[in-house]
Write a protein that binds this ligand. Structure first.
Ligand code: MG
Length: 249
């Protein structure tokens, strides 16, 4: 079997069932040795928050790490983000202008400073308010000429990102960096900010069994052969999907 790129979300996808994660790790270590594997973690967390999780969970060292919902990329344990990726996101991104618009929306609660990023403005937003507020916010931002993307996830997190700064675009950029085809790439996730992993291109996808309703709804509307909805939860669902696509035995 050929080398492949596994890109996975962390909270409630890779992490969430300790014994399933340990079992998946065993398989991935063997795959890494025998057929070759590029392992990428893609998370909404900041680098600091990722390091906290890493100290608590038995996670393999990744080849690359994508943090802050696709807006920062790190390689092999480096703490300096890929400057070329940052430069791409910087084009047309006006963080202060975004904040001046969001200040008019009282239901948006700014997340702590540690969860903000140079290319990400993050709020808490009640799910009952989201359906009404998000389209109004989108219009307000675009009237001001701000080309941004709104990503609502987990029934609480609203991230405002540069137009090309989501998890899906970061995955495609990394495929290019590593020289891996879409057919040899598989992405895994559980919530709304992972949707971009499944809708950006022809890469394979695994949605874990415990996925959030917002992602399941999207899946039901965009059911495709190259996306597998697992029965098992978290890392168990990843392993089930890797077997389904015959990446592992
Ligand atoms: Mg998640």
């Amino acid at each position: 079997m050929a080398k492949f790129l596994l890109i996975t979300d962390l909270d409630n996808t890779l992490v969430g069932d300790r014994s399933a994660l340990e079992q998946l790790n065993q398989t991935l270590m063997q795959v890494r040795q025998e057929q070759g594997l590029l392992l990428v973690y893609s998370t909404g967390r900041s680098l600091t928050s990722f390091n906290q999780l890493r100290s608590q969970e038995p996670m393999l060292a990744p080849d690359a790490l994508v943090t802050s919902v696709g807006t920062e990329i790190y390689y092999g344990g480096s703490t300096t983000p890929d400057p070329d990726w940052s430069e791409k996101l910087n084009q047309g991104w006006q963080r202060q202008d975004v904040l001046s618009i969001t200040a008019h929306f009282n239901d948006l609660v700014l997340q702590p400073e540690a969860d903000q990023g140079p290319y990400k403005v993050s709020f808490f937003l009640e799910p009952t308010l989201a359906a009404d507020l998000l389209p109004r916010l989108d219009v307000a931002l675009h009237i001001r000429g701000l080309d941004v993307k709104l990503v609502y996830s987990g029934g609480k997190d609203l991230d405002i990102l540069p137009l090309h700064g989501d998890k899906g675009q970061a995955m495609q950029y990394l495929r290019g960096q590593f020289g891996i085809s879409a057919e040899q790439t598989v992405a895994c996730g559980d919530s709304g900010n992972d949707q971009a992993l499944f809708s950006t291109g022809p890469e394979r996808g695994i949605i874990v069994g415990n996925a959030r309703s917002e992602l399941l709804q999207w899946y039901q509307e965009h059911n495709q052969d190259d996306i597998y909805l697992a029965k098992a939860n978290c890392a168990g669902g990843i392993l089930e999907g890797l077997r389904h696509f015959s990446y592992v035995q």
